[in-house]
Ligand binder design. Structure first.
Ligand code: TTP
Ligand code: MG
Ligand code: MG
Length: 435
């Protein structure tokens, strides 16, 4: 009991949240294998590595020498394929910072990249190695700071608040320790932003890339955050940004100057209010540690409200895509689900959900599509819809408890008879439901 009395109350500690992002991740992973390329412009793209084709070519070119995976660092730099003369539709996944100086970056067509930096070396991504390093840097962080939220292959949020050193110099001391430990474990650098919340930390991790640390305090909002373009807010996409620009709002500071009511009027109740909050640097979301998900879902808010009859083709296509995405999420994470449900939000913001529980588990997109389609038949489709979502719940991970649930996969069924379509109104609205 004494502990409790003497220990400082956790509540008094200010929240310090870090966002950590690896530098030029896929490219940096390749540089571990080919250290002779360090400092050179390297672009990652152009397909998946099947085997080490470089080795095959080397054995042809230098048959008198032995080439194996442990001699990759001896491959002459001249032997690597260059971007010069690239033709094709490939896209750059990422590029080293040396290549970025020429204007090459993620999502750029390789032909354009070849014009900007013909001497850049082009390498494919090695997904297995990327995943291995991803697991390694994340486990390194968890050993130092346990509250870590996975945000994809090369980034995480970390709650520094209660970690020893997490408050010193605003988090800089702990950030330095983590950077150093990751470098020791992987040989790679990362950049870290530490701030009062996730929203600002995410922006801050970009301030000093590569190999940088940025500390943002609550009082820095005006100086460090408001001058940034709205697009830097995680959650303001190209479309929202275009609309904001149309209203003369370019920076986060300009966004903060608009009345909340005005934003709600032009951007909707929830998004408008959210824009207002984030422009003032407010974000209460906690760092969510890895836990077994209860369900997986995908939803989308339409750019304009859609009507089940007038926009049925568009809605049907979106619906199918959502089902495919949930199915892909499930299989990527190795889950199967038993309950399939839908969510609809009408133009008046009223929401409805429907679900169905199957006899066995599935991650099959066609099954999910069909069952979600049946759920859709149980809701009112006369109103315009602004949001559509698909959810799969009652999840299991086959093998984790020794049991392997039976995978439920429906055989492709023939289209229903014509008269059934005519009588069932929602079948008519979503004709491809049974396809
Ligand atoms: P990012 O963290 O966005 O980029 P990066 O790590 O390459 O560079 P930075 O130093 O600016 O953080 O993405 C991480 C990896 O994800 C990246 O190396 C390649 C991959 N990626 C894609 O596959 N497609 C994309 O559109 C982007 C942006 C990244
Ligand atoms: Mg990165
Ligand atoms: Mg990233």
């Amino acid at each position: 009991m004494l502990d409790r009395v003497d220990a400082p109350s956790d509540q008094t500690l200010p929240r310090r949240i870090a966002h950590l992002d690896m530098d030029a991740f896929f490219a940096s992973v390749e540089l571990l294998r080919y250290p002779q390329l360090k400092g050179l412009p390297v672009v990652i793209g152009g397909g998946r590595r099947r085997e080490d084709d470089l080795l095959l070519r080397l054995r042809e070119a230098y048959p008198d020498r032995e080439w194996a995976t442990d001699s990759l660092d001896h491959i002459p730099v001249d032997f690597f394929p260059r971007l010069a003369g690239y033709t094709g539709r490939g896209v750059a996944t990422t590029a080293t910072y040396a290549a970025r100086q020429f204007g090459v970056g993620s999502a750029m067509g390789l032909m354009k990249a070849a014009k900007l930096c013909p001497q850049a070396i082009l390498l494919p991504v090695d997904f297995d190695e990327v995943k291995r390093i991803s697991r390694l840097f994340k486990s390194t962080i968890r050993e130092i700071a346990p509250v870590v939220e996975d945000r994809g292959v090369d980034e995480v949020y970390i709650d520094f608040t209660h970690v020893p050193g997490g408050q010193r110099e605003g988090g800089r001391v702990l950030a330095r320790l983590i950077q150093k430990s990751i470098f020791q474990a992987t040989g790679l650098t990362c950049s870290i932003g530490v701030a009062p919340n996730k929203l600002i930390a995410k922006m801050a991790s970009e301030f000093n890339k590569p190999n940088g640390i940025s500390i943002v305090q609550p009082g820095d909002l005006q100086a460090l955050i408001w001058p940034l373009p709205c697009r830097k807010i995680n959650g303001v996409g190209p479309k929202a940004d275009e609309k904001l620009q149309g209203h003369g709002i370019h920076t986060i500071g300009e966004l903060a100057q608009r009345e909340r009511g005005w934003l709600v009027e032009h951007f909707g109740k929830s998004y408008g209010a959210w824009l207002h909050e984030v422009s003032w640097g407010r974000d209460e979301r906690v760092v969510q540690t890895e836990s077994e998900p209860v369900s997986m879902s995908r939803e989308t808010t339409f750019e304009r409200d859609l009507h089940a009859v007038r926009d049925r083709a568009e809605l049907g296509a979106i619906f199918t895509r959502l089902c495919q995405q949930v199915a892909a999420d499930l299989s990527n994470k190795g889950y199967l689900g038993k309950t399939i449900g839908i969510k609809l939000r009408y133009d008046n913001f009223q929401s409805v959900t429907r679900d169905v529980t199957l006899d066995s588990f599935t991650a099959d997109p066609a099954t999910i599509r069909r069952q979600a389609g049946l759920c859709l038949k149980r809701v009112d489709l006369s109103r315009r819809i602004r949001l559509l979502g698909v959810r799969v719940g009652k999840l299991v991970k086959p093998g984790t408890d020794g049991s392997v649930p039976q995978v439920y996969s429906e055989p492709a069924s023939p289209p229903p008879p014509r008269d059934k379509i005519r009588h069932d109104r929602n079948d008519l609205l979503f004709p491809e439901l049974d396809g």
